[in-house]
Design a protein around this ligand. Structure first.
Ligand code: SAH
Length: 344
């Protein structure tokens, strides 16, 4: 089956040429896909024989809404999509004054094993295709009627562990004849796969790289994030510096604040020392409580922030959106997996 939703207009054109179709058909199809067509029959400006051929050769399964939750507090919408093979992934739509941001998933599950994260509890089931990542935006727009202007790759999965599909997704979403979302409106978050960060750096994209740091020392970070056991904080920071030199883009560091684990004054001092001399921004995230974990949210977020600021480090506290709808990714999918297990 051809994965038509992951194809660029040029690839479509090359394929259509083989089928004896003019190049403009590719543009038409790409437009339909961008608008969220759910069947080839909807593509009424294509000749019938082409529609039939495409229906036979391609899987055009639109993600189905398994669940949708709307926050009563701030209107944040969380979707649980069911993909063609029954796997589910989450997408969150956040509406800010400056535009709408969508948080997308890139894998069904995750293999990184961070102890505070709900997405990783059942491991990775599979990578998403570029089209499946893109469709989260297309169908969020279609369902909500809201136009998306910013994307954060901070949903389920590790983007740099699905490198090729994520890169293809970035190419597609960036297309002026597609969703036309510029790289500067995209953030990609990673737990710190250093070889892949270097690979990304070599591409010189203007997106914002977010690195999930969560601790300034190896002992704490290795406890929270198994990825740190192979490559420690020092190597990660060297890689980040190289990334900045190659791209000129300031890195954003995520730091989920956990009670008694990574929120001491000493850790704030160490964090500031670690970031000294590089343009950086620290995003403090109040930990989202997940049922399966004994870790609790820190009560020292403001103190920690102020201490960083005193050291000259820019730090902001992430505003909590959708607190009433489990809007941190991984939790809804997890719940749904449990419900299914319970019903077997
Ligand atoms: N794999 C990528 C993207 C995943 S999630 C990464 O690790 O960056 C996006 C962010 O949410 C990451 O910084 C992740 O560490 C953080 N996160 C995961 N679970 C969390 C929780 N329970 N509370 C707060 N932040 C969490």
């Amino acid at each position: 089956m051809t994965d038509i939703r992951s194809m660029t207009p040029e690839e479509l054109a090359a394929w259509f040429k083989e089928l004896g179709q003019p190049a403009f058909r590719a543009k038409q199809v790409f437009r339909w896909l961008t608008e969220g067509a759910e069947s080839f029959d909807e593509m009424t400006n294509l000749p019938k024989d082409l529609r039939e051929k495409l229906s036979k050769d391609c899987r055009l399964f639109a993600p189905q809404i398994e669940r949708r939750q709307v926050s009563r507090i701030d209107g944040t919408v969380k979707y649980l999509w069911r993909l063609w093979d029954g796997n589910c992934v989450e997408t969150v739509l956040m509406c800010y004054h400056h535009g709408n941001t969508v948080c997308v998933s890139c894998q069904a599950g995750c293999n990184m094993g961070c102890v505070f994260c709900a997405s990783t509890l059942g491991g990775k089931v599979r990578d998403l295709t570029a089209g499946e990542i893109l469709d989260q935006i297309i169908f969020t727009q279609k369902d909500s009627g809201e136009k998306v202007s910013n994307i954060v790759m901070m949903g389920i999965g590790e983007p740099l562990d699905n490198f090729d599909n994520v890169l293809r997704f970035l190419t597609l979403v960036n297309r002026p004849d597609g969703l036309n979302i510029g790289m500067r409106h995209i953030s990609l978050s990673t737990c710190g796969l250093v070889k892949r960060i270097d690979k990304l750096a070599s591409l010189g994209l203007q997106l914002t790289l977010s690195v999930s740091l969560h601790a300034p020392d190896d002992e704490t970070r290795s406890r929270l994030m198994p990825v740190n056991r192979a490559v420690g904080v020092e190597t990660l920071m060297e890689t980040c510096r190289r990334y900045f030199e190659a791209t000129g883009r300031r890195i954003s560091y995520e730091y989920a604040m956990i009670d008694g684990v990574n929120d001491s004054d000493e850790q704030a001092d160490r964090l500031a020392a670690l970031l000294k001399g590089q343009p950086a921004h620290v995003n403090l995230i109040p930990l989202n409580d997940i049922d399966e974990s004994p870790l609790k949210p820190s009560r020292r977020v403001r103190e920690f922030q102020q201490r960083l600021e005193r050291h000259g480090v820019t730090a902001t506290v992430r505003r909590k959106l959708g607190g009433d709808i489990d809007a941190s990714c991984g939790q809804l999918r997890r719940r749904q997996m449990e419900d299914r297990r319970g019903s077997v």
